[in-house]
Write a protein that binds this ligand. Structure first.
Ligand code: ZN
Length: 228
């Protein structure tokens, strides 16, 4: 049985759960990626607020649960994950950031169909070892106070792990996770707070992470590039 949403949220928050539930989340790709995605949302929310870790609002969990469908005892459903709309995480992250910034409200809602978004910066993604091109990034005008980060890649294989997208500061010391890139996908769009970019988080990094208890960057970067 997959643990219920409350238990998965507790795992994402680093709270204590039963050993059975913890062991399950470590070994089940369905639950592990869910935990990782929620953790990424919370890190983003924490960074945006400069305050302590927040539990995701109920709306985030509802969005997560709705996309993944009801847990089916012991049976993982990777096909359903692949079919999910690519934008739910961005929407969920936007909700989390919006709540933190106190900005959820009419001014986040589009008043009309906008023209094609303006490209503010671009980056070419290359491998760290051989400098081989592997993708591209566009930073697009979003709905203030957020921007849209559009990542397109030659599909990457994370093996038994998953692909995490980071923004690294130009000081090469600080970094934040902005979400999970679906394994084998051609890309994804992410919502990022404009403030992060203004603060110098302009190096886009895609790493391979394992389904473990370590929320930090694994140090295994597949692609990296600087927005200019
Ligand atoms: Zn599971």
């Amino acid at each position: 049985m997959h643990p219920d949403e409350e238990a998965l949220a507790s795992i994402a928050l680093g709270e204590e759960v039963s050993p059975d539930q913890a062991a399950h989340a470590m070994s089940c790709a369905h639950c592990g990626v869910l935990v990782a995605e929620v953790r990424a949302i919370m890190v983003l929310a924490r960074d945006a607020s400069g305050e302590t870790l927040l539990a995701p609002p109920a709306s985030v969990w509802r969005a997560v649960a709705a996309e993944l469908g009801p847990a089916t005892g012991g049976v993982d459903r990777p096909a359903e994950r692949r079919r999910r709309p690519p934008s739910w995480l961005a929407v969920a992250a936007g909700v989390a950031v919006g709540v933190v910034l106190g900005a959820v409200g009419p001014r986040l809602m589009p008043q009309q169909v906008p023209p094609a978004p303006q490209v503010l910066a671009r980056a070419e993604l290359k491998t760290l070892d051989s400098n081989t091109p592997g993708g591209a990034v566009e930073l697009l005008e979003g709905q203030d106070p957020t921007l849209d980060l559009r990542i397109r890649v030659t599909p990457l294989d994370a093996g038994p792990g998953y692909l995490e997208v980071w923004l690294i500061n130009t000081d090469l010391e600080r970094m934040v996770s902005i979400g999970v890139l679906p394994n084998g996908s051609g890309g994804e769009d992410f919502v990022v707070p404009r403030r992060l970019i203004d603060q110098g988080y302009v190096i886009v990094d895609i790493s391979v992470e394992q389904l473990d208890a370590e929320p930090e960057h694994s140090g295994k970067s597949l692609l990296r590039g600087s927005l200019t």
